[in-house]
Design a protein around this ligand. Sequence first.
Ligand SMILES: [Fe+2]
Ligand SMILES: [Fe+2]
Ligand SMILES: [Fe+2]
Length: 430
Amino acid sequence: MIINPQVPLHRLILSLSQVLDYVHPSVIDHQQRVAYIAMRIARQLGVDKDQLLDLLLAAALHDIGIIDVENRIRGLQKDDWEEVPWHAEAGYALLSENPLFYRAAQIVRYHHTPWENGCGAEYNGQPVPYASHILVLADRLERMIDRNTNVLDQTESIRSKVLLRAGQQFHPDCINAFSEVADQESFWLDCVSVRIYSILLEQIDWPFLTIDEKTLGPIARIFAGITDATSQWTATHSAGVAAVAVALAERYNFSPREQFLMRSAGYFHDIGKLTIPTEILDKPSKLTPQERNILNSHTYHTFRILDTIGGMPQISEWAAFHHERLDGNGYPFHHAAKDLTLGSRIMAVADVFAALTEDRPYHKAMSQDKVMEIIKKLAGNNGLDGNIVRELEKDYDTIYEICLQERMAYDKEQKRLLANLKILPAVEIH
Ligand SMILES: [Fe+2]
Ligand SMILES: [Fe+2]
Ligand SMILES: [Fe+2]
């Protein structure tokens, strides 16, 4: 029976925020630190509880629009206003269709819009939320902190840099509020604390989120796109895995709710790849043993990211065990048959199926005969579940078509969302 219908919103958002910033040591926890700074300034300004929540959501995900890794590193390292404005628009596009993030999306949209002595109250004839100006300051402030120097040795220089930009870049009221909180050493020490996640959890009464198709579904789908954009070879992989896993789950009479959880697990299954450098994900030649170790850690990260959110055990298990094998020779937990539920076994088959039917650095998308030959061999070696493989074979054409349709629909949706932003890798669908 499926229980735990609710998930703590703060844990979900902060975990996802954190994984987006794994990409490079220089930006670890960037968005969480920005969320903390924004919250302190907003509190000082007397912003009300609902607005504070939207600001925190926006701050924790404000750079979500930088979905390709190279741009993420470049954009975050630069303090260049002209260079990266598209990612604010992309973040808005990604978030605004979800009612939960609708107001946060407006804030994200203008997180690179300077105050310009009041002209920044509007942009292109649209009002800019006041909260965006808090975020502008919090974001730039976080980037001013040199991570290699004690933060308390930098407070004066950062304060003067901020003051220099008063009126031009930053809203004067936000600067005044910042000046108040910046008197406290604890503010600075919190900003750079390795415990920033726990600090944020304690700061505000975040609501709980019911796990259903309306709320978690779109979030999972956004993260599928972000995960798949980590490599040119996987642009629609997660959508394909999700569709195949659901098609197989249906054949095992999973309830509609379980099918929804399965779909979400499919979207999230490779989220741990956000922690893996692109050079490894895209390497055209054989990986070295060291690189293989790094790559193989992705399902460990998938598990920890999802499991520490709490409240969605089926999703974390089904998502993260897709490289486990029935004989116990998979990774990273070496779970064997007795620990692998039907849902986890289905996901493992769906993942292999989706990967073999896509172009990869090592192979072109494979024919049905070749795909089934490989999958049956894996089942014969007690890696994949033979019964599920038989179900797949019985209905190969239908399942293949479902996978293909879903991948094409997903590709179209991503392109529509991010039209003209030129940040999606080209994908050829077979
Ligand atoms: Fe940004
Ligand atoms: Fe940022
Ligand atoms: Fe994987």
